[in-house]
Design a protein around this ligand. Structure first.
Ligand code: ATP
Length: 399
Protein backbone atom coordinates (compact mmCIF):
# COMPACT_ATOMS: atom_id res chain seq x y z
CA UNK A 1 0.00 0.00 0.00
CA UNK A 2 1.27 3.47 -0.87
CA UNK A 3 0.21 6.31 1.42
CA UNK A 4 0.92 9.96 0.62
CA UNK A 5 1.17 12.60 3.35
CA UNK A 6 0.60 16.21 2.39
CA UNK A 7 1.10 18.66 5.25
CA UNK A 8 0.64 22.42 5.30
CA UNK A 9 -1.19 25.24 6.98
CA UNK A 10 -3.83 25.34 4.23
CA UNK A 11 -4.73 28.88 5.17
CA UNK A 12 -6.68 28.66 2.85
CA UNK A 13 -6.27 25.48 0.76
CA UNK A 14 -5.91 26.44 -2.92
CA UNK A 15 -5.70 24.90 -6.37
CA UNK A 16 -1.89 24.85 -6.15
CA UNK A 17 -2.24 22.33 -3.31
CA UNK A 18 -4.88 20.14 -4.92
CA UNK A 19 -3.37 20.28 -8.38
CA UNK A 20 -0.02 19.01 -7.04
CA UNK A 21 -1.81 16.37 -4.95
CA UNK A 22 -3.69 15.09 -8.00
CA UNK A 23 -0.47 14.75 -9.98
CA UNK A 24 1.23 12.94 -7.09
CA UNK A 25 -1.66 10.47 -6.83
CA UNK A 26 -1.35 9.60 -10.50
CA UNK A 27 2.43 9.57 -10.86
CA UNK A 28 3.11 7.65 -7.64
CA UNK A 29 0.05 5.40 -7.89
CA UNK A 30 -0.99 6.26 -4.33
CA UNK A 31 -3.68 4.17 -2.63
CA UNK A 32 -4.37 6.87 -0.07
CA UNK A 33 -3.49 10.52 0.34
CA UNK A 34 -3.69 12.16 3.75
CA UNK A 35 -3.95 15.96 3.88
CA UNK A 36 -2.66 17.01 7.29
CA UNK A 37 -3.31 20.63 8.34
CA UNK A 38 -0.77 21.86 10.88
CA UNK A 39 -1.80 23.18 14.25
CA UNK A 40 1.34 25.19 14.99
CA UNK A 41 3.74 24.98 12.05
CA UNK A 42 7.31 24.76 13.39
CA UNK A 43 8.91 26.59 10.47
CA UNK A 44 6.60 29.60 10.05
CA UNK A 45 4.24 31.81 12.01
CA UNK A 46 0.56 31.51 11.25
CA UNK A 47 -0.47 34.82 9.74
CA UNK A 48 -2.25 37.34 11.96
CA UNK A 49 -5.42 36.96 9.91
CA UNK A 50 -5.21 33.15 9.96
CA UNK A 51 -8.44 31.21 9.98
CA UNK A 52 -9.02 29.08 13.08
CA UNK A 53 -7.90 25.47 13.05
CA UNK A 54 -11.55 24.38 12.79
CA UNK A 55 -12.10 26.61 9.74
CA UNK A 56 -8.91 25.41 8.04
CA UNK A 57 -10.02 21.83 8.64
CA UNK A 58 -13.47 22.53 7.20
CA UNK A 59 -12.10 24.36 4.16
CA UNK A 60 -9.74 21.49 3.47
CA UNK A 61 -12.59 18.98 3.77
CA UNK A 62 -14.60 21.02 1.26
CA UNK A 63 -11.63 21.24 -1.12
CA UNK A 64 -10.93 17.51 -0.88
CA UNK A 65 -14.60 16.49 -1.21
CA UNK A 66 -14.69 18.12 -4.64
CA UNK A 67 -11.59 16.38 -6.00
CA UNK A 68 -11.65 13.98 -8.92
CA UNK A 69 -9.57 11.56 -6.86
CA UNK A 70 -11.61 12.32 -3.72
CA UNK A 71 -12.09 8.68 -2.81
CA UNK A 72 -8.31 8.31 -2.25
CA UNK A 73 -8.02 11.48 -0.22
CA UNK A 74 -8.69 11.99 3.44
CA UNK A 75 -8.27 14.99 5.72
CA UNK A 76 -6.51 14.08 8.93
CA UNK A 77 -6.91 16.09 12.13
CA UNK A 78 -3.86 14.35 13.62
CA UNK A 79 -1.80 17.51 14.09
CA UNK A 80 -4.75 19.65 15.14
CA UNK A 81 -5.55 17.18 17.90
CA UNK A 82 -1.96 17.09 19.15
CA UNK A 83 -0.73 19.81 21.49
CA UNK A 84 2.46 21.79 20.90
CA UNK A 85 4.30 22.38 17.66
CA UNK A 86 3.27 20.23 14.71
CA UNK A 87 6.47 18.35 14.07
CA UNK A 88 6.35 16.22 10.94
CA UNK A 89 8.43 13.53 12.62
CA UNK A 90 5.59 12.89 15.11
CA UNK A 91 2.99 12.87 12.33
CA UNK A 92 4.96 10.44 10.23
CA UNK A 93 5.47 8.14 13.18
CA UNK A 94 1.70 8.13 14.01
CA UNK A 95 0.85 7.37 10.39
CA UNK A 96 3.49 4.65 10.31
CA UNK A 97 1.88 3.07 13.39
CA UNK A 98 -1.52 3.18 11.73
CA UNK A 99 -0.27 1.75 8.42
CA UNK A 100 2.76 -0.36 9.45
CA UNK A 101 3.01 -2.11 6.08
CA UNK A 102 2.61 1.02 3.95
CA UNK A 103 5.25 2.81 1.92
CA UNK A 104 4.98 6.44 3.01
CA UNK A 105 5.47 9.36 0.62
CA UNK A 106 5.85 12.84 2.06
CA UNK A 107 4.75 15.41 -0.53
CA UNK A 108 5.98 18.98 -0.57
CA UNK A 109 6.44 22.01 -2.78
CA UNK A 110 9.89 23.36 -3.68
CA UNK A 111 10.14 25.73 -0.68
CA UNK A 112 9.80 22.83 1.75
CA UNK A 113 11.69 20.30 -0.36
CA UNK A 114 14.82 22.43 -0.50
CA UNK A 115 14.94 22.79 3.28
CA UNK A 116 13.60 19.46 4.54
CA UNK A 117 17.09 18.38 5.69
CA UNK A 118 16.93 21.16 8.33
CA UNK A 119 13.64 20.07 9.85
CA UNK A 120 13.44 18.82 13.41
CA UNK A 121 14.77 15.20 13.48
CA UNK A 122 15.01 15.22 9.69
CA UNK A 123 17.03 11.99 9.62
CA UNK A 124 14.14 10.08 11.18
CA UNK A 125 11.63 11.57 8.74
CA UNK A 126 13.84 10.67 5.80
CA UNK A 127 14.32 7.16 7.16
CA UNK A 128 10.59 6.54 7.37
CA UNK A 129 9.35 8.23 4.18
CA UNK A 130 10.21 8.82 0.60
CA UNK A 131 10.28 12.57 0.00
CA UNK A 132 8.55 13.81 -3.12
CA UNK A 133 9.10 17.39 -4.24
CA UNK A 134 7.44 19.47 -6.96
CA UNK A 135 7.76 22.95 -8.39
CA UNK A 136 5.54 25.77 -7.10
CA UNK A 137 6.25 28.23 -9.87
CA UNK A 138 7.74 28.26 -13.36
CA UNK A 139 10.85 29.86 -11.81
CA UNK A 140 11.62 26.71 -9.82
CA UNK A 141 14.44 25.05 -11.72
CA UNK A 142 13.84 21.36 -12.39
CA UNK A 143 17.59 20.88 -12.35
CA UNK A 144 17.93 22.39 -8.90
CA UNK A 145 15.16 20.19 -7.51
CA UNK A 146 16.70 17.10 -9.06
CA UNK A 147 20.12 17.96 -7.67
CA UNK A 148 18.55 18.36 -4.25
CA UNK A 149 16.86 14.95 -4.50
CA UNK A 150 20.29 13.47 -5.26
CA UNK A 151 21.80 15.30 -2.29
CA UNK A 152 19.11 13.88 0.02
CA UNK A 153 19.74 10.45 -1.40
CA UNK A 154 23.49 10.72 -0.83
CA UNK A 155 23.25 12.20 2.63
CA UNK A 156 20.34 10.34 4.15
CA UNK A 157 19.92 7.38 1.84
CA UNK A 158 16.39 8.65 1.44
CA UNK A 159 14.37 7.60 -1.60
CA UNK A 160 13.53 11.10 -2.67
CA UNK A 161 12.24 12.15 -6.04
CA UNK A 162 10.83 15.06 -7.98
CA UNK A 163 7.62 14.96 -9.96
CA UNK A 164 6.84 17.28 -12.83
CA UNK A 165 3.39 18.83 -12.56
CA UNK A 166 1.41 18.91 -15.81
CA UNK A 167 0.44 22.49 -14.99
CA UNK A 168 1.73 24.71 -12.24
CA UNK A 169 -0.70 26.88 -10.27
CA UNK A 170 1.61 29.63 -9.17
CA UNK A 171 -0.03 30.97 -6.04
CA UNK A 172 0.47 30.97 -2.29
CA UNK A 173 -2.04 31.21 0.52
CA UNK A 174 -0.37 34.47 1.55
CA UNK A 175 -1.09 36.01 -1.85
CA UNK A 176 -4.63 34.68 -1.82
CA UNK A 177 -5.35 36.18 1.58
CA UNK A 178 -4.24 39.56 0.25
CA UNK A 179 -6.36 39.14 -2.89
CA UNK A 180 -9.42 38.17 -0.82
CA UNK A 181 -9.01 41.15 1.47
CA UNK A 182 -8.75 43.43 -1.58
CA UNK A 183 -11.89 41.90 -3.13
CA UNK A 184 -9.96 40.62 -6.16
CA UNK A 185 -11.10 37.73 -8.33
CA UNK A 186 -9.59 34.51 -6.93
CA UNK A 187 -11.48 32.05 -9.13
CA UNK A 188 -8.31 30.87 -10.90
CA UNK A 189 -6.82 29.81 -7.57
CA UNK A 190 -9.62 28.76 -5.23
CA UNK A 191 -12.27 26.07 -5.69
CA UNK A 192 -15.62 27.87 -5.77
CA UNK A 193 -17.04 26.13 -2.66
CA UNK A 194 -13.90 27.00 -0.67
CA UNK A 195 -14.35 30.62 -1.73
CA UNK A 196 -18.02 30.34 -0.74
CA UNK A 197 -17.02 29.07 2.70
CA UNK A 198 -14.61 32.01 3.12
CA UNK A 199 -17.41 34.46 2.25
CA UNK A 200 -19.91 32.71 4.51
CA UNK A 201 -17.54 32.86 7.48
CA UNK A 202 -16.20 36.33 6.62
CA UNK A 203 -12.60 35.06 6.66
CA UNK A 204 -9.50 36.98 5.55
CA UNK A 205 -11.20 40.37 5.66
CA UNK A 206 -13.81 39.53 3.04
CA UNK A 207 -16.67 40.95 5.15
CA UNK A 208 -19.25 40.15 2.46
CA UNK A 209 -22.79 41.33 3.09
CA UNK A 210 -24.54 37.95 2.93
CA UNK A 211 -27.92 39.64 2.52
CA UNK A 212 -26.92 41.22 -0.80
CA UNK A 213 -24.71 38.69 -2.53
CA UNK A 214 -24.54 38.67 -6.33
CA UNK A 215 -25.69 35.38 -7.91
CA UNK A 216 -22.16 34.05 -8.43
CA UNK A 217 -21.23 34.54 -4.77
CA UNK A 218 -24.57 33.18 -3.56
CA UNK A 219 -23.93 30.08 -5.69
CA UNK A 220 -20.43 29.61 -4.23
CA UNK A 221 -21.76 30.03 -0.69
CA UNK A 222 -24.60 27.58 -1.26
CA UNK A 223 -22.24 25.03 -2.81
CA UNK A 224 -19.98 25.36 0.24
CA UNK A 225 -22.86 24.16 2.43
CA UNK A 226 -23.45 20.81 0.73
CA UNK A 227 -21.48 17.74 -0.25
CA UNK A 228 -19.78 18.00 -3.66
CA UNK A 229 -21.90 15.18 -5.07
CA UNK A 230 -25.06 17.32 -4.64
CA UNK A 231 -23.69 20.28 -6.60
CA UNK A 232 -24.59 18.93 -10.08
CA UNK A 233 -28.20 18.56 -8.88
CA UNK A 234 -28.29 22.13 -7.55
CA UNK A 235 -26.76 23.44 -10.77
CA UNK A 236 -29.26 21.42 -12.80
CA UNK A 237 -32.14 22.76 -10.73
CA UNK A 238 -30.90 26.31 -11.24
CA UNK A 239 -30.59 25.86 -14.99
CA UNK A 240 -34.03 24.23 -15.29
CA UNK A 241 -35.72 26.73 -12.99
CA UNK A 242 -34.47 29.63 -15.12
CA UNK A 243 -35.69 27.97 -18.34
CA UNK A 244 -39.10 27.21 -16.84
CA UNK A 245 -39.32 30.74 -15.44
CA UNK A 246 -38.76 32.23 -18.91
CA UNK A 247 -41.28 29.81 -20.37
CA UNK A 248 -44.00 30.55 -17.81
CA UNK A 249 -43.56 34.27 -17.18
CA UNK A 250 -41.93 33.97 -13.76
CA UNK A 251 -39.10 36.26 -12.64
CA UNK A 252 -36.00 34.27 -13.70
CA UNK A 253 -33.79 35.99 -11.11
CA UNK A 254 -36.06 34.84 -8.31
CA UNK A 255 -36.27 31.33 -9.77
CA UNK A 256 -32.48 31.24 -9.98
CA UNK A 257 -31.91 32.36 -6.38
CA UNK A 258 -34.56 30.00 -5.03
CA UNK A 259 -32.93 27.11 -6.92
CA UNK A 260 -29.43 28.06 -5.78
CA UNK A 261 -30.50 27.95 -2.14
CA UNK A 262 -33.16 25.23 -2.17
CA UNK A 263 -30.97 22.44 -0.73
CA UNK A 264 -28.57 24.52 1.37
CA UNK A 265 -29.45 22.73 4.63
CA UNK A 266 -29.73 19.27 3.07
CA UNK A 267 -26.78 17.83 4.98
CA UNK A 268 -27.61 19.08 8.44
CA UNK A 269 -28.41 16.38 10.96
CA UNK A 270 -31.88 15.97 12.41
CA UNK A 271 -30.73 17.67 15.62
CA UNK A 272 -29.23 20.60 13.70
CA UNK A 273 -32.42 20.93 11.66
CA UNK A 274 -34.61 20.91 14.76
CA UNK A 275 -32.37 23.48 16.42
CA UNK A 276 -32.82 25.80 13.43
CA UNK A 277 -36.59 25.27 13.55
CA UNK A 278 -36.57 26.33 17.18
CA UNK A 279 -34.33 29.32 16.48
CA UNK A 280 -36.51 30.58 13.60
CA UNK A 281 -39.87 29.63 15.12
CA UNK A 282 -40.77 27.07 12.45
CA UNK A 283 -43.84 25.12 13.55
CA UNK A 284 -43.65 21.47 12.56
CA UNK A 285 -46.18 18.69 12.38
CA UNK A 286 -45.37 15.17 13.61
CA UNK A 287 -44.24 13.87 10.24
CA UNK A 288 -41.96 16.83 9.60
CA UNK A 289 -40.41 16.51 13.05
CA UNK A 290 -38.91 13.15 12.16
CA UNK A 291 -38.35 13.36 8.40
CA UNK A 292 -35.07 14.97 7.33
CA UNK A 293 -36.22 15.23 3.72
CA UNK A 294 -39.18 17.36 4.77
CA UNK A 295 -37.22 19.41 7.28
CA UNK A 296 -34.54 20.67 4.91
CA UNK A 297 -37.03 22.70 2.87
CA UNK A 298 -38.31 24.46 6.01
CA UNK A 299 -34.84 25.21 7.37
CA UNK A 300 -33.49 26.09 3.90
CA UNK A 301 -36.27 28.66 3.61
CA UNK A 302 -35.41 30.11 7.03
CA UNK A 303 -31.73 30.43 6.08
CA UNK A 304 -32.70 32.02 2.74
CA UNK A 305 -34.72 34.62 4.63
CA UNK A 306 -32.69 35.32 7.73
CA UNK A 307 -29.12 34.77 6.52
CA UNK A 308 -29.36 35.66 2.83
CA UNK A 309 -32.18 38.20 3.03
CA UNK A 310 -34.27 36.70 0.23
CA UNK A 311 -37.80 38.07 -0.29
CA UNK A 312 -40.91 36.18 0.84
CA UNK A 313 -41.81 34.69 -2.56
CA UNK A 314 -38.34 33.14 -2.96
CA UNK A 315 -38.51 31.91 0.64
CA UNK A 316 -41.96 30.38 -0.03
CA UNK A 317 -40.71 28.52 -3.10
CA UNK A 318 -37.97 26.92 -1.01
CA UNK A 319 -40.36 26.22 1.87
CA UNK A 320 -42.76 24.22 -0.33
CA UNK A 321 -40.29 22.70 -2.78
CA UNK A 322 -40.55 19.18 -1.36
CA UNK A 323 -44.25 18.86 -0.59
CA UNK A 324 -46.02 21.43 -2.77
CA UNK A 325 -49.21 22.97 -1.34
CA UNK A 326 -52.65 24.10 -2.45
CA UNK A 327 -52.59 27.48 -4.18
CA UNK A 328 -48.96 27.19 -5.15
CA UNK A 329 -47.62 30.33 -6.82
CA UNK A 330 -46.07 30.10 -10.27
CA UNK A 331 -42.59 30.53 -8.72
CA UNK A 332 -43.30 27.66 -6.30
CA UNK A 333 -44.42 25.45 -9.20
CA UNK A 334 -41.29 26.30 -11.18
CA UNK A 335 -38.93 25.35 -8.33
CA UNK A 336 -40.93 22.23 -7.49
CA UNK A 337 -40.72 20.99 -11.07
CA UNK A 338 -37.13 22.06 -11.68
CA UNK A 339 -36.03 20.11 -8.60
CA UNK A 340 -37.99 17.09 -9.84
CA UNK A 341 -36.90 16.93 -13.46
CA UNK A 342 -33.53 18.69 -13.80
CA UNK A 343 -31.03 17.00 -16.14
CA UNK A 344 -29.29 14.79 -13.55
CA UNK A 345 -32.60 13.11 -12.60
CA UNK A 346 -33.14 9.72 -14.20
CA UNK A 347 -36.36 7.82 -13.62
CA UNK A 348 -39.10 6.28 -15.70
CA UNK A 349 -41.35 9.03 -16.97
CA UNK A 350 -38.90 11.92 -16.54
CA UNK A 351 -38.72 12.59 -20.28
CA UNK A 352 -42.51 12.68 -20.52
CA UNK A 353 -42.58 15.08 -17.58
CA UNK A 354 -39.99 17.33 -19.25
CA UNK A 355 -42.11 17.50 -22.41
CA UNK A 356 -45.24 18.21 -20.40
CA UNK A 357 -43.50 21.02 -18.49
CA UNK A 358 -42.96 22.78 -21.81
CA UNK A 359 -46.66 22.53 -22.68
CA UNK A 360 -48.56 22.88 -19.43
CA UNK A 361 -47.01 23.90 -16.12
CA UNK A 362 -49.97 22.86 -13.97
CA UNK A 363 -50.35 19.45 -15.55
CA UNK A 364 -46.63 18.85 -15.16
CA UNK A 365 -46.73 19.80 -11.46
CA UNK A 366 -49.78 17.56 -10.97
CA UNK A 367 -47.92 14.71 -12.67
CA UNK A 368 -44.90 15.26 -10.40
CA UNK A 369 -47.10 15.28 -7.29
CA UNK A 370 -48.93 12.13 -8.41
CA UNK A 371 -45.64 10.34 -9.13
CA UNK A 372 -44.33 11.27 -5.69
CA UNK A 373 -47.47 9.95 -4.02
CA UNK A 374 -47.26 6.72 -6.00
CA UNK A 375 -43.59 6.26 -5.18
CA UNK A 376 -44.09 6.91 -1.45
CA UNK A 377 -47.04 4.52 -1.36
CA UNK A 378 -44.96 1.89 -3.17
CA UNK A 379 -42.26 2.23 -0.52
CA UNK A 380 -44.93 2.30 2.25
CA UNK A 381 -43.63 5.68 3.37
CA UNK A 382 -46.01 8.34 4.69
CA UNK A 383 -47.02 11.06 2.23
CA UNK A 384 -47.17 14.57 3.63
CA UNK A 385 -50.81 15.77 3.51
CA UNK A 386 -49.77 18.97 1.68
CA UNK A 387 -48.75 16.88 -1.34
CA UNK A 388 -52.15 15.22 -1.69
CA UNK A 389 -53.88 18.56 -1.00
CA UNK A 390 -51.79 20.24 -3.69
CA UNK A 391 -52.77 17.56 -6.19
CA UNK A 392 -56.45 17.80 -5.22
CA UNK A 393 -56.30 21.57 -5.57
CA UNK A 394 -54.75 21.40 -9.03
CA UNK A 395 -57.28 18.80 -10.18
CA UNK A 396 -60.24 20.68 -8.69
CA UNK A 397 -59.37 24.26 -9.53
CA UNK A 398 -56.77 24.57 -12.20
CA UNK A 399 -56.81 21.59 -14.55
P1 ATP B 1 1.48 30.49 2.97
O1 ATP B 1 1.51 31.41 1.79
O2 ATP B 1 0.43 30.84 3.99
O3 ATP B 1 2.84 30.29 3.56
P2 ATP B 1 1.38 28.20 1.18
O4 ATP B 1 0.64 28.64 -0.02
O5 ATP B 1 2.86 28.08 1.09
O6 ATP B 1 0.98 29.05 2.44
P3 ATP B 1 1.05 25.81 2.75
O7 ATP B 1 -0.26 25.34 3.25
O8 ATP B 1 1.97 26.31 3.76
O9 ATP B 1 0.74 26.82 1.57
O10 ATP B 1 1.76 24.67 1.89
C1 ATP B 1 1.53 23.30 2.05
C2 ATP B 1 2.36 22.54 1.04
O11 ATP B 1 1.90 22.84 -0.26
C3 ATP B 1 3.85 22.86 1.03
O12 ATP B 1 4.56 21.67 0.79
C4 ATP B 1 3.99 23.83 -0.12
O13 ATP B 1 5.28 23.80 -0.67
C5 ATP B 1 2.98 23.27 -1.08
N1 ATP B 1 2.44 24.30 -1.97
C6 ATP B 1 1.93 25.49 -1.62
N2 ATP B 1 1.53 26.20 -2.71
C7 ATP B 1 1.77 25.43 -3.77
C8 ATP B 1 1.60 25.59 -5.17
N3 ATP B 1 1.09 26.72 -5.68
N4 ATP B 1 1.95 24.58 -5.99
C9 ATP B 1 2.48 23.46 -5.48
N5 ATP B 1 2.68 23.25 -4.16
C10 ATP B 1 2.35 24.20 -3.31
Amino acid sequence: MKVGIYGGTFNPPHLGHTNAAAAACTVLGLDKLLFVPASLPPHKQLSEDAASAACRLEMLSIAVDGLRFGELAEVSALELERSGKSYTVDTVSSIHEKYPEAELYLLMGSDMFLTVQNWYRAGEILAECKIVGFARSEDDSAQKLKAHAEYLQRTFGAGSSVIALPNIVDVSSTRLRAMLAAGEDTSAYLAAPVYGYILRKGLYGTNADLKHLPDSDLRAVSHSMVKAKRIPHIRGTEETAVLLAHRWGVDPDKARRAAILHDCTKYLTLDEQLKLCEEYGIVLDNLERETLKLLHSKTGAAIAKHVFGEPDDVVGAIYYHTTGRPEMTALEKVLYLADYMEPTRHFDGVEKLRRLAELDLDRAVAEGLAMTIEEMNGRTLPVHPATQEALNWLKGNVL
